[in-house]
Design a binder for this molecule. Structure first.
Ligand code: FAD
Length: 481
């Protein structure tokens, strides 16, 4: 079997790169050991957003009491929430299969391993290969008679990542859960400890808290969402505390005892230790690249700490081998980044001259309530880089729509260049933050100035008006502040 382009992995990096290469006239194949859609569609972005949506519905329904109606939750079954989330996932993964077919891309189910820079040995996958996620494998294997050989001029590696395990806190997927484990859980525990207050930890904390689980977050750094602007972290800390979520920040988990019912976790802060007791624990402390067992080392592909090293177009040091998505260490592990890198690699293979990714133009989004979204410089980076900047804020409460729909908690923070009005970064916390961030991102990417946004007519009433007002605020004339 001979192709122009072979792609290993059918996640948002892999399937998008294959479609783009096919649109540009290449004969493509995608090899996937599990299900189309990768982690994102099967055990990441999509099922978690479905759970978040259902948690929101559950929380909003409680507000019915304001109209005299009572919500009876005695028959609440979490397994039905899960079922609904899996249904969404199945529908969307079928959609990916159809897209591949529509674009005349061959799809092979199996585990790929390089035998040379232009050939892959494919081994048929076992029925549930997601069970082996995160397991180390060797970088070479004996060939079998039913292995398939695929040859390609170019090979794009898009094998994604697995939940990071930490010694002494290994996943058993019963009491100690990975993000995949918690997405498979059929009943909710009474109490849950979450190790790590990054995006994944915060999203599951929101979901579980909404369904009545007693949630405790333990984070080693001194704030939640440590990659976001400090003002956003402070806001989220207050918001989660008000929801009744226990937060232990600047705290290290040191010992786990799983004997008997539930678990006991010893934590340490500033020399003092304490024991937390819970039914289960989610360990969400990052993800490791899936780069072993594919034959990359044997071919001499350059790697650093397990991540593949690539140029601006995703090309490795070996001609014809590209790497994109979560296995690349220089960009954040996000689905939209994987897809963009896939498009860039495909276009480069097809002789086009795509723009490389501008790190400052990558949006980050956290989908719990309140939502968080940002891009570009934050206050700390402005200070570090000594950029003459103006920082402006506009509160959600200043936009009539947020009051009308009972979502007035939040703010927009805009960072502009002091002299030119160039948009350098934006940070939003509040309802629809993950949608309205794109207004400012588009303006920034197309080099519009704060005035251009400030002077545009925004429909009233909308949450987006907060964006118009923050742009005005940076020139000192916000109307509703
Ligand atoms: P993946 O999606 O991981 O796909 C890789 C595929 O390669 C897998 O299907 C795997 O089975 C396959 N594979 C691996 N090795 C082989 C092999 N040897 N042969 C054949 N196939 C192989 N990102 C966002 O942007 N927004 C979100 O809201 C978001 N939410 C998330 C929530 C959770 C709980 C998690 C865990 C992640 C979330 N992410 C989110 C991150 C996002 O899922 C990843 O960044 C994205 O999936 C990376 O895409 P990828 O194509 O690099 O790899």
């Amino acid at each position: 079997m001979k192709y122009d382009v072979a792609v290993i992995g059918a996640g948002p990096g892999g399937y998008v790169s294959a479609i783009r290469a096919s649109q540009l006239g290449k004969k493509c194949v995608v090899i996937e050991k599990d299900k189309p859609g990768g982690i994102c569609l099967n055990w990441g972005c999509i099922p978690s957003k479905s759970l978040i949506h259902q948690a929101e519905v559950f929380c909003e329904a409680k507000k019915l009491s304001a109209f005299g109606a009572k919500l009876d939750t005695t028959d609440f079954k979490y397994e039905l929430v899960q079922k609904s989330s899996r249904k969404v996932t199945e529908k969307i993964t079928r959609g990916v299969s159809n897209l591949l077919k529509k674009n005349k891309i061959d799809y092979v189910r199996g585990e790929a391993c390089f035998t040379s820079p232009h050939s892959l040995q494919i081994r048929k996958s076992s029925e549930d290969s997601s069970a082996s996620e995160g397991m180390p494998s060797t970088d070479s294997r004996e060939s079998r008679s039913d292995d398939l050989i695929i040859e390609a001029d170019n090979i794009i590696v898009a094998t994604g990542s697995s939940p990071r395990e930490i010694p002494n806190f290994e996943f058993d997927e019963e009491k100690v859960l990975s993000s995949t484990g918690i997405l498979k859980m059929q009943t909710i525990p009474k109490s849950l400890i979450i190790l790590g207050a990054g995006a994944i930890g915060m999203e599951f904390a929101y979901v579980m808290n909404s369904f009545g689980v007693e949630v405790t977050i333990v984070e080693m750094l001194d704030r939640v969402l440590p990659l976001e602007d400090e003002s956003i972290s402070s806001f989220m800390k207050k918001s989660f505390t008000q929801k009744g979520i226990n937060l232990y920040l600047g705290t290290k988990a040191t010992k786990l005892d799983k004997e008997g019912k539930g678990l006991r976790l010893t934590i340490e802060k500033e020399g003092t230790s304490e024991v937390l007791v819970a039914d289960a624990m989610l360990v969400s402390v990052g993800r490791v690249p899936n780069t072993t067992g594919i034959g990359l080392e044997k071919l001499g592909v350059l790697m650093e700490k397990g991540f593949v090293q690539v140029d601006d177009y995703g090309m490795t040091n070996i001609k014809g081998i590209y790497a994109i998505g979560d296995i690349v260490g220089t960009t954040p592990q996000l689905a939209h980044v994987a897809s963009k890198e896939g498009e860039i690699a495909a276009e480069h293979i097809c002789g086009k001259h795509p723009h490389s990714i501008d790190r400052l133009a990558i949006p980050s989004a956290v989908y719990c309530q309140p939502e968080v979204a940002s891009f570009g410089y934050n206050s700390h980076a402005i200070e570090q880089n000594k950029i003459p900047a103006k920082v402006s804020e506009f509160p959600y409460v200043g936009a009539g729509k947020t009051l009308a729909i009972d979502k007035a908690d939040g703010f927009v923070k805009l960072i502009t260049h002091q002299d030119t009005g160039e948009i350098l970064g934006a940070h939003i916390v509040g309802h629809n933050a993950t949608e309205i961030i794109h207004i400012l991102l588009l303006a920034s990417s197309k080099e519009l100035l704060n005035n251009d946004v400030a002077e545009m007519i925004f429909a009233h009433p909308t949450v987006s008006e907060t964006v118009m007002e923050v742009a005005r605020e940076s020139d000192g004339w916000a109307i509703h502040k």
